[in-house]
Design a protein around this ligand. Structure first.
Ligand code: SAM
Ligand code: SF4
Length: 360
């Protein structure tokens, strides 16, 4: 991995001059010492996946966790219940690995939808197999779906995902479009592979009313081959799309969302076609507004994708911890959240876990 210092501050200036509180306040939320409050929970349901995207997993896959190391349905509901009832979490996104590989996914969604207060529930998926389950997931309480799709070309898909499953992903997207009001598509661009496909992918999404978001590739690949000087940047994506579309910053407040959103209009007529988002996690980090907390498939709290430590909640839960004790462990874990992911710091090191193992 090459580390290039682009001089982008990771710690907002206001924070540097402030005296940070030494002790965690007694309040109910997942607050950290920089004053951020996490209300958005990502839950990884499994470390397994049926694709092998080059930026996420090694070609040979990763050793699967033993079945009993992964949170069971009742354990997920219990921990999400603690998060929503006691810790102020309002949004829950299920991810993985590939969450559709869990046979009990519909039941997990139904259980979480029955919690009081009910969180907004969404899913990030590669959509392989979604065609047969989209309706059941909606009926169980799933509110929104984000599907990952990097290209519409079958060969490029097979190169990037190392599996020839484009048709299956597209069938899943069709089903999602029939069942859900809004489908978002996530795409990672890799130089020399699908960079030239970005504008076509956007056209395809606009025609179907999908909101496409390009995500900068982060150093979370198994092969540790990420190279900052070679990655496709948000600025480059804006320039590339600008040759085919007129992009104007979206008026809606960003409200902590990671994507910078643009209105997409026709270059010739100015007619509005839809929206596109660009998530510049590397070059324009939004750590200062981060509202996320994460649970790994093994029930560990991570305060950041790039954290090197986790706080185990599943062990204490299985050992008989009360909800209040679990909530306290979770609060303590989030209190220690760093100011930023530190990618521009020369001492930055990539976490051992890949995106698939953390839960993206
Ligand atoms: N398997 C599901 C999927 O692909 O949508 C959910 C898990 S996947 C880890 C979640 C998201 O992380 C996907 O949109 C994927 O494109 C993204 N992702 C994976 N590795 C990444 C990386 N190194 N940098 C940026 N995004 C990545
Ligand atoms: Fe699997 Fe999603 Fe990672 Fe691709 S990005 S390998 S689909 S977990």
């Amino acid at each position: 991995m090459t580390s290039v210092d682009l001089g982008i501050p990771q710690v907002p200036t206001a924070w540097r001059s402030r005296t940070l509180p030494a002790e965690r306040p007694a309040g109910p939320g997942l607050v950290d010492r920089y004053g951020r409050i996490a209300t958005d929970l990502r839950v990884s349901l499994t470390d397994r996946c049926n694709l092998r995207c080059t930026y996420c997993m090694p070609a040979e896959g990763l050793p699967a966790l033993p079945r009993d190391a992964v949170m069971a349905r009742a354990e997920i509901t219990r921990l999400v219940g603690v998060a929503t009832r006691d810790l102020g979490v309002r949004q829950v996104r299920f991810t993985g690995g590939e969450p559709l590989l869990r046979g009990d996914l519909v039941d997990v969604v139904r259980d979480v939808a029955a919690l009081e207060p009910r969180p907004e529930i969404s899913l990030t998926t590669n959509a392989v197999g979604l065609d047969t389950r989209a309706e059941a997931l909606r009926d169980a309480g799933l509110d929104r779906v984000n599907v990952s799709l990097d290209t519409l070309d079958p060969d490029t898909f097979a190169t990037l995902a190392r599996r020839p499953f484009l048709e299956r992903t597209l069938a899943g997207i069709d089903a999602a479009a029939r069942v859900f009001d809004l489908v978002k598509i996530n795409a990672v661009l890799v130089r020399g592979v699908n960079l030239d496909h970005a504008a076509d992918l956007l056209s395809w999404c606009l025609e179907r009313g999908f909101e496409l978001r390009f995500i900068e590739q982060m150093p979370l690949d198994a092969d540790h081959s990420w190279d900052r000087s070679a990655m496709v940047t948000a600025a480059e994506v804006r320039g590339l799309l600008g040759r085919r579309f007129a992009l104007a910053p979206d008026d809606e407040p960003r409200d902590g969302a990671p994507a910078e959103r643009f209105e997409v209009r026709s270059l010739a007529t100015g007619q509005r076609w839809g929206r596109v988002g660009i998530i510049a996690s590397v070059t324009e980090p939004f750590c200062a507004d981060c509202r996320r907390t994460r649970l790994t498939a093994e029930g560990g709290v991570r305060d950041c994708l790039f954290a090197h430590t986790e706080t185990d909640l599943l062990g204490p839960l299985r050992a008989g911890a009360t909800d209040a004790q679990l909530a306290d462990l979770w609060r303590t874990a989030m209190w220690g959240k760093g100011a930023g992911h530190g990618m521009d710091d020369p001492s930055f090191t990539q976490p051992d876990r890949t995106m698939s193992a953390i839960g993206g």
